[in-house]
Write a protein that binds this ligand. Structure first.
Ligand SMILES: [Zn+2]
Ligand SMILES: [Zn+2]
Length: 267
């Protein structure tokens, strides 16, 4: 049986059709959140990146204003009923930090997730390219991945790390775990939160990001959690949030949100 949803939760990882792989107007995501009894939403669509990087899966730089406008219109529409915040899911990819900083300086973001989706030229979370896992040494893969996560944490560009243990998406679990714990030390040192991302429950691995033992290890380091469904459709908003909150609270973790790039304690 699923526990009831605690009040005033935010879903702080939501996409929009501007990224070319999500459906539904932000208004429909907001309405879904309202129907579930959430307190608010923060849109975090995929950040524009240099044109050579992963172009089909994100808005173009010239669409950034349209994105901000769409979220602000939704905020006005739901005023007094639901908080609507403006964020981004940014990519951490070495060499693009200056570009990302330019985008982050352009608008008053509430919350910025830093996600690693690429190892070199390989988009390792793309189902089209998942065969590549068969050719890789998983321990080395996770070491390389968490080294990038640590660099993301040290970059000081982001408020949280997105879907921490993402390479497990298709079931390729970390055979070691030491690199993940080291990354958590760096994340704690730089005072970042973790995106508690319930989309993992919809993927072949059938486990939220991060895994329960990493949630425990993060909570023990004082790292806070930001709830996100990573919805690419309105029906995914708030997906399994009651279980998420229980999993975090059971290990002594805290759920927070961000406004104006500052951590806000959830009620
Ligand atoms: Zn996406
Ligand atoms: Zn992501």
């Amino acid at each position: 049986m699923t526990p009831p949803l605690p009040p005033h939760l935010f879903d702080s990882h939501l996409h929009t059709p501007l990224c070319n792989h999500a459906a539904g107007h932000p208004r429909e995501y907001a309405q879904a959140a309202l129907d579930l009894g959430l307190g608010g939403v923060c849109f975090t669509d995929h950040i524009p990146m240099p044109e050579w990087f992963d172009a089909p899966w994100r808005m173009k730089r010239g669409q950034l204003g349209e994105y901000v406008q769409m979220v602000q219109d939704t905020r006005r529409e739901f005023e007094g009923r639901l908080s609507v915040r403006l964020g981004l899911e940014a990519d951490f990819h070495p060499g693009t930090e200056a570009y990302v900083r330019e985008v982050l300086d352009e608008y008053p973001w509430d919350y910025v997730i830093g996600s690693v989706h690429y190892l070199g030229a390989w988009g390792f979370d793309n189902p089209e390219f998942k065969d590549e896992y068969r050719r890789r040494d998983l321990a080395a893969l996770y070491r390389d991945y968490y080294a990038l996560v640590e660099a993301a944490a040290r970059s000081e560009l982001f408020d949280s790390i997105g879907h921490l243990d993402l390479p497990k998406k298709f079931g390729d679990l970390d055979p070691d775990g030491m690199a993940a714990l080291h990354a958590l030390d760096v994340i704690a040192l730089h005072h970042l939160s973790l995106d508690f991302n319930t989309a993992g429950w919809r993927k072949p691995v059938a486990e939220a990001y991060p895994a329960p033992d990493l949630v425990r290890a993060a909570a023990a380091r004082g790292i806070t959690f930001v709830l996100g469904s990573d919805a690419h459709a309105p029906g995914e908003v708030g997906w399994r949030f009651a279980e998420a909150v229980k999993g975090i609270h059971d290990v002594g973790g805290a759920v927070v949100t961000y406004a104006g790039r500052e951590r806000v304690s959830a009620s």
